[in-house]
Design a protein around this ligand. Sequence first.
Ligand SMILES: [Zn+2]
Length: 229
Amino acid sequence: MSEQQSINHSIKVVDAFDLDDELRSLLKPGEMVRDAEGRRHRLPRYFYEIPNHEAAVSIRLTNHFGLNEFTLVDLKEAARLQQFPRYVPCAVRVLAFYLEQFRREAGASVHIPVNGGYRSPSHKRSLTATPHMWATAADIYRIGTTILKGKETIEKYNGIAEELSDDIHVLPYGHVTGATADDHIHFDLGYITVIPTEISEDRMEQPQESRPRFAFEDRRRRDRRTVDE
Ligand SMILES: [Zn+2]
């Protein structure tokens, strides 16, 4: 990593209403979606734009979490959303912050698998609204060398997560799809929408083609401006 790259780590923030038709139709900014209980939630509008693979792997959100860890997907995600530039809701940095605290309390590395972080509203697993579509949820199948299987292990780490903050929701151990989990921890912060300080909000919910809206979010802490392995 050259010094030039390490200091150039402000992240571009875009208003998804200004993206092209295909991206808008896949990301659905501002649209209302229902969760499994029928409650309505408004999808995020402000996204980080990840220009290329190099940026995806080099941008750190916290000491131990890189942006790319939240955006690993497979064919279940829309093809266009797997191509650069890629987009992830700005709330991902809040998730990374909480996972960093969780990692510290758990005492081992926290692994987010493919499809376990951000899933767009067009992802095949986005049948109803879940915080994964806000980039405020992570599915964790392994902590350190411990595979999360079985009631005792899952309840232990669920307990650690719940002790950390009332902001954190986990799914209880069990076998009911969507409402419980028996082979991972579903860790989420609810439906948080982040609007970075640097961008201007307005009510124009259509493309501003002559003057697309974007900003660059400053790296606010020195330890995030350099890569720390
Ligand atoms: Zn989940």
